[in-house]
Design a binder for this molecule. Sequence first.
Ligand SMILES: Nc1ncnc2c1ncn2[C@@H]1O[C@H](COP(=O)(O)OP(=O)(O)OP(=O)(O)O)[C@@H](O)[C@H]1O
Ligand SMILES: [Mg+2]
Length: 94
Amino acid sequence: MLQSLSKSFGQREVLQNTQLHVEPGQFIAIVGRSGCGKSTLLRLVAGLEQATAGTITVNDKLLTGLSDDTRIMFQDARLLPWKRVLDNVTLGLP
Ligand SMILES: Nc1ncnc2c1ncn2[C@@H]1O[C@H](COP(=O)(O)OP(=O)(O)OP(=O)(O)O)[C@@H](O)[C@H]1O
Ligand SMILES: [Mg+2]
């Protein structure tokens, strides 16, 4: 759940007092024009960025950083062509 979430980069306020409640198992899509803040929102939910104001809770627990349960698929191709498929998939695993 996002409550009163805001995110600014310097003077630029990208997310302003954003509210969102996602039920367990719910599948949602975030749409909007380029630059409106979709990726910023997802980075916040993934714990990769810190909000300027507001809170994110997952299963009633305050999100404070990276979570083992969160996965992110990058928008652009991020494959390393000099590595094998398996090495690409397991990249980042301990
Ligand atoms: N790290 C950053 N530093 C400064 N400005 C940023 C940063 N990240 C994003 N922004 C700005 O925040 C705004 C929202 O960017 P964001 O990438 O979240 O948009 P988006 O909705 O995902 O766009 P797109 O549809 O093109 O992927 C843009 O104006 C962008 O330039
Ligand atoms: Mg984006």
